[in-house]
Design a protein around this ligand. Structure first.
Ligand SMILES: NC(=O)c1ccc[n+]([C@@H]2O[C@H](COP(=O)([O-])OP(=O)(O)OC[C@H]3O[C@@H](n4cnc5c(N)ncnc54)[C@H](O)[C@@H]3O)[C@@H](O)[C@H]2O)c1
Length: 250
């Protein structure tokens, strides 16, 4: 039986690139996304070996359905990539409870719900959970009181999962993307922000969706069989270098 990966938020961006790589590596894939129209388009690109599940993963019953449907189609789950996320940024004083909940229900509740739903199947395969956080979860920054806090919580949730699920052979790791030129990033990054990121990143550029997918699929694979509880920044060096000081460059 072929290995099976679930990727949430797979209709575009990092999730779509990850789903494509899993297929290239011989997995079958459940592509989950609440944007049905975009998911339809993505399925056209993904082709054979992928099914689309048009679910909002912030609802417990949809997270359960995602697992039930995947098992009905493919019979097993080897990897769960909790990638669906929303970036809703704003100053502390403009962040009301509605914005806070909007961010938390997908970025944090969704990761929890999907992981809980998939754990029994992952026990069967000694599978892997891969959570997507952000450099905003590693370092505080402006406008991210909800987003940054949700991602910091995902980092800790990953370590909790690794601590308890290791005895079943389930690995849990977390990838923290730096800025990637996806629709989500471009919706909130002005040209000034893009220039400032280039200054603050040792590699002087945004990452690509494929560069993220490379690390995500590696951490889910047997090649990473002794890696769990790790937080890997895929960020061009942003996190390791402190605040960028372009004026101090040669
Ligand atoms: N792009 C970046 O620069 C960047 C940086 C750091 C972290 N991230 C994280 O990477 C992940 C993917 O980001 P992206 O840039 O590819 O985003 P994107 O907006 O291009 O894609 C996210 C997808 O998730 C789906 N989605 C959102 N909420 C959902 C829900 N509740 N249920 C089901 N589907 C849902 C959306 O419909 C969308 O198709 C997110 O968790 C994001 O926070 C991205």
């Amino acid at each position: 039986m072929q290995k099976c990966a679930i990727v949430t938020g797979a209709a575009r961006g990092i999730g779509l690139a990850t789903a494509k790589q899993f297929l290239e590596q011989g997995y079958v894939v459940s592509a989950v996304d609440r944007d049905e129209a975009e998911l339809e388009k993505a399925l056209g690109e993904l082709g054979e070996g992928a099914i689309g599940l048009p679910y909002d993963i912030s609802f417990p019953e949809k997270a359960e359905a995602m697992v039930t449907d995947t098992l009905a189609s493919f019979g097993r789950i080897d990897a769960l990539v909790n990638n669906a996320g929303v970036a809703d940024f704003g100053p502390v004083e403009d962040t009301d409870f509605a914005r806070w909940r909007r961010v938390m229900e997908t970025n944090l509740d969704g990761v929890f719900l999907c992981s809980q739903a998939a754990t029994p199947a992952l026990r069967e395969t000694k599978g892997a959970i891969l959570n997507i956080a952000s450099i905003s979860g590693l370092r505080a920054s402006t406008l991210r009181v909800a987003y940054g806090t949700s991602k910091a919580a995902v980092i800790h949730l990953t370590q909790q999962q690794a601590a308890e699920l290791g005895e079943y052979g389930i690995r849990a790791n977390c990838v923290c993307p730096g800025p990637v030129r996806t629709k989500l990033a471009m919706a909130v990054h002005t040209q000034d922000i893009i220039d400032a990121y280039h200054d603050a990143i040792p590699l002087n550029r945004y990452g690509t969706e494929e560069e993220l997918a490379n690390v995500i699929t590696f951490l889910c694979s047997d090649k990473a069989s002794y890696v769990t509880g790790q937080i890997v920044a895929v960020d061009g060096g942003f996190q390791s270098t402190g605040v960028g000081l372009p004026a101090l460059r040669k």
